[in-house]
Design a protein around this ligand. Structure first.
Ligand code: SF4
Length: 170
């Protein structure tokens, strides 16, 4: 009996240690994981979706802290000095989807780079810039002539439309 109790305690300890290690590696804040897009936690859920906004997204994690759901996006590769704009808007889009899905606005989202985390304040100004971008994307979908939005040759080199695109830089 004592042997079984010891085995149970050791197994529980190992599981707890593994769970906290995975949590630390993913840069997750404390709280309950309510959504994950990764296999690491054995649960993959449907994307978040807003018909009204025509927006869908799969955050890497959603963590609930005191009734508030925080999106966490994990990025591999080099850690920048400040988060890239595209990553900020991605996390802002998840905050917007969380607000629409759970009916509660997250105060911030987290971008986890390999050696540093950034909390992105989901301020009204960021939400408004995001809504402007979404409106622009919807307008562009109906236009036949859309101007290039960047000066990045590498992006054009990797683009599958570059052979037919009259604005390609590559
Ligand atoms: S090739 Fe054209 S569509 Fe592709 S990234 Fe460059 S500008 Fe955009």
């Amino acid at each position: 009996m004592l042997y079984l109790a010891l085995l149970f305690i050791i197994t529980a300890g190992v599981l707890l240690w593994q769970s906290s290690r995975q949590r630390a590696q993913a840069g997750l804040p404390g709280g309950r994981i309510v959504y994950t897009d990764t296999r690491a936690w054995g649960r993959i859920q449907k994307p978040l979706f807003s018909r009204e906004l025509g927006l869908t997204g799969k955050p890497d994690y959603l963590v609930e802290q005191d009734g508030v759901v925080i999106p966490v996006e994990v990025k591999s590769g080099r850690t920048p000095d400040a988060p890239y704009d595209s990553h900020i808007f991605q996390v802002a889009a998840y905050c917007l989807l969380v607000d629409k899905t759970y009916g509660k606005r997250p105060p911030y989202g987290i971008i986890h780079y390999s050696s540093r985390d950034f909390a992105v304040d989901y301020a009204p100004q960021l939400e408004s810039a995001l809504l402007d971008q979404l409106a622009e994307i919807r307008r562009d979908e109906t236009r036949t002539n859309v101007r290039r939005s960047h000066e990045d040759q590498a992006r054009c080199r990797k683009c599958g439309f570059r052979r037919v695109c009259d604005q390609s830089l590559a």
